[in-house]
Design a protein around this ligand. Structure first.
Ligand code: UDP
Ligand code: MG
Length: 315
């Protein structure tokens, strides 16, 4: 079994050496084959230089230098693409996660496909960080149906299988458990340590919350309707179109049978609007259906995931 540890770093020069030393001592003690992947996410300080020096001394490390700052999600994605281990561990590069938790995660990987850390005693300010995070975790759990206390914890472990098919966009790395649940993976959550940031600055503020909520909408839509968009847009379109048709029918009766003037009625506007919106929604659903077919059929992407085939001639 080989282990890849993936760590994104953006302007973390004060943390690089201690991070490396602590990771190395934990991983050496494990006795397993491992590699350390450091992703320099376009740092403007000496992070890349320090990482390159480490790499020159230690052939178990790989340094990926991104051309500019692409963000943590992209950095993780790069790390996944270049990792070679059977188990992939992710963590932050600021030592808020503790490398000493890694053996605990690996132990659990015997029974699970994905193990997610839970910073139960999280050492971040309450109002600006922990409260929004509490609400976000509640919301994400409710919406996606995958209940975790701490989606935001970077310390996670994945089987290679789980991330192999995964494409990450936006701020989506935190949603991997929710996305992966579509594949039917077994997920565990485990308490991990968390430390205050000792050196360097946090890269995020409260604005991240908005991005997370928007990404949640994407994840939910893809999770439920990505292979059947008309089933999402269709009912809305039908409902809107039908109410519009009823209103128009009522107005037509008034005009044609009772001879009333309907030209200035707000209801007329509403009826027409609902019909047009209804047609638009159904049209959008149908376009979606075409996109799904183009996407899956041109790229040979199945709409299912097979764990293994049992039968003669199959491995
Ligand atoms: N990070 C990154 N690219 C970015 C922002 C952050 O690679 O654009 C890294 C950062 O260096 C750290 C990790 O992601 O290793 C988590 O960032 P941070 O500690 O600032 O987040 P917080 O713990 O405050 O949520
Ligand atoms: Mg941090």
């Amino acid at each position: 079994m080989t282990i890849s540890v993936v760590v994104p770093l953006y302007n973390e020069e004060e943390n690089v050496h201690e991070l490396y030393d602590r990771l190395k001592s934990v991983l050496d003690a494990l006795g397993a084959d491992y590699e350390l992947l450091f992703i320099d996410d376009g740092s403007t300080d000496s992070t890349l230089k320090l990482l390159s020096d480490i790499q020159a001394r230690d052939s178990r490390t790989v340094v990926l230098s991104l051309r500019r700052n692409f963000g943590q999600t992209a950095a993780f994605a790069a790390g996944f693409d270049y990792s070679r281990g059977d188990i992939i561990i992710t963590m932050d590069g600021d030592l808020q996660n503790d490398p000493q938790d890694i053996p605990k995660l690996i132990e659990l990987m015997k029974d699970y496909d994905l193990v997610s850390g839970w910073r139960k005693r999280r050492q971040d300010p309450f109002l600006s960080r922990r409260l929004p995070s509490l609400m976000a975790n509640w919301l994400i759990s409710r919406v996606t149906g995958v209940n975790l206390h701490d989606y935001g914890c970077s310390l996670k472990a994945y089987k290679r299988d789980v991330i192999k098919n995964l494409k990450l966009y936006g701020e989506m790395h935190r949603f991997i458990p929710a996305v992966a649940s579509w594949y039917g993976v077994r997920i565990a959550e485990v308490e991990t340590m968390h430390h205050p940031r000792m050196r360097g600055k946090s890269k995020y503020g409260i604005s991240r919350t908005v991005k997370v909520v928007l990404d949640l909408i994407t994840v939910k839509f893809l999770q439920s309707f990505s292979t059947k968009p008309l089933q999402f847009f269709g009912p809305i379109g039908l409902a809107s179109g039908m109410i519009g048709a009823l209103i128009s029918f009522y107005l037509a009766v008034e005009k044609l049978l009772l001879g009333k003037d309907i030209g200035g009625r707000p209801l007329l506007l509403l009826g027409a609007l609902l019909i047009i919106v209804g047609i638009q929604f159904i049209g959008m659903g149908l376009l979606g259906e075409m996109l799904v077919r183009v996407y899956h059929e041109t790229q040979k992407k199945p709409i299912y995931v097979i764990k293994k085939v049992i039968g003669p001639g199959y491995k």
